[in-house]
Design a protein around this ligand. Structure first.
Ligand code: SF4
Length: 373
């Protein structure tokens, strides 16, 4: 009778990316590490992951050999797979990243003279469907976990050669949570990821150099300011509810007045950035500019005018340059800085509102099969 040899059961290796020191210590204790030494080991591991950018345990020379072996067997330090990298003629870089379940997001690095911003995604697809946004044509496939959000920073640092992480002279200085997805509809995981990015013993981003952009999840805005305290950007894009209901559908749940009230209560002493995409003949009149100024009264604010970035099948056109200048002049005259955002990475579909991947929701049968396996 043939003897069937069962292959050894290899427990899935736990991804440690996205865990803070407390969670790392708890995981180490669960693997048998002494409670007394777990905090020291967690601090060392945290340093290797977020200051040295280590992706293999064998380079973690400050850890005992036995722990490195254990990590080899039970921990996953891998980055998401880079499916594609594109470089724009203006220096902007875009990565298409694939996670272990096959879902994909895009991440964009925008270098400037004296700084460099990474635009991170927080959802595969998006909960919302803003009409001017390419991501909005995707359904929400799923939220990203803290590790998948932080991994975008690690991938960018790898590509920029920014390990060990230095305090001065960095290329990647700023984080903008403006990629794919509505971050406040993935609140807890985005909060965990950004708090990790702000940790001075790790990735060490300054709160002043991190901005979260929301389309208007009113109940979460004040909480974000209190619990994380980064800069805030609000996707406003229209000054009348009927138009904003169409352009930014979340407005039907929380209209402009409720959104601006939440902004007045935002507990971070920095001007809020109101993002305003310039759509030809839709929201770019002088009357719109005057109404915008009236609405912002009493809010420390600046207005970021975004020339519309086209994408295949988009139902809008960008306002002419002269119209944008005229709009900005009205807003500036009222005392609100109104810089016009220079489109970056348009040639590789990396500019604002252009991100999209081929990810789609797994079909029910595939979910059942996945659940059964
Ligand atoms: S603008 Fe933001 S919230 Fe709106 S569809 Fe695009 S990614 Fe989603």
């Amino acid at each position: 009778m043939a003897v069937v040899v069962e292959p050894p059961v290899v427990a899935e290796r736990r991804s440690l990316i996205g865990l803070d020191r407390t969670a790392l210590a708890a995981w180490l204790v669960a693997q048998g590490e002494q409670e007394a030494s777990s905090r020291l080991r967690a601090r060392q591991l945290f340093h290797w992951l977020y200051v040295r950018g280590a992706t293999r345990p064998d380079v973690m020379t400050t850890l005992p050999k036995s722990l490195r072996v254990l990590l080899e067997e039970r921990a996953n330090l891998e980055r998401p797979r880079i499916v594609a990298e594109q470089r724009s003629e203006d220096g902007t870089r875009k990565w298409l990243l694939r996670f272990t379940d096959g879902q994909e997001v895009e991440t964009v690095f925008i270098p400037e003279e004296d700084r460099g911003a990474l635009c991170v995604s927080t959802q595969v697809g998006c909960t919302l469907s803003c009409r001017f946004c390419h991501t909005g044509t995707m359904p929400l496939v799923r939220n990203l976990g803290p590790g998948e959000i932080v991994a975008q920073i690690l991938v960018a640092r790898d590509a920029l050669g920014e390990w060990p992480s230095a305090r001065e002279g960095r290329l990647l200085t700023n984080l903008v949570v403006m990629g794919m997805g509505e971050p406040l509809f993935n609140y807890d995981q985005v909060k965990a990821a950004i708090l990790l990015a702000l940790d001075g013993d790790g990735l060490g981003f300054s709160r002043r150099r991190v901005t979260l952009s929301t389309s208007g999840v009113v109940p979460k805005i004040e909480a974000w300011g209190r619990e994380v305290g980064t800069g805030l950007a609000v996707s406003l894009h229209a000054v009348r509810d009927e138009l904003r209901d169409e352009l930014v559908p979340i407005n039907r749940k929380w209209p402009i007045a409720a959104l601006l009230d939440a902004c007045r209560r935002y507990p971070v002493r920095r001007p809020i950035t109101f993002e305003y995409v310039m759509l030809r003949g839709i929201n770019d009149s002088d009357a719109d500019a005057r109404e915008l100024v009236r609405l912002l009264r009493g809010i420390p604010a600046k207005v970021n005018l975004i020339p519309f970035n086209p994408w295949p099948g988009a139902p809008y056109a960008c306002s002419p340059a002269g119209r944008i200048r005229a709009f900005a002049a009205i807003v500036e005259a009222a005392g609100y800085p109104s810089p016009v955002r220079t489109p970056r990475g348009r040639d590789i579909l990396a500019a604002c509102g252009q991100l999209k991947t081929a990810s789609s929701r797994p079909r029910p049968q595939r979910l059942e099969r996945a659940a059964a396996s």
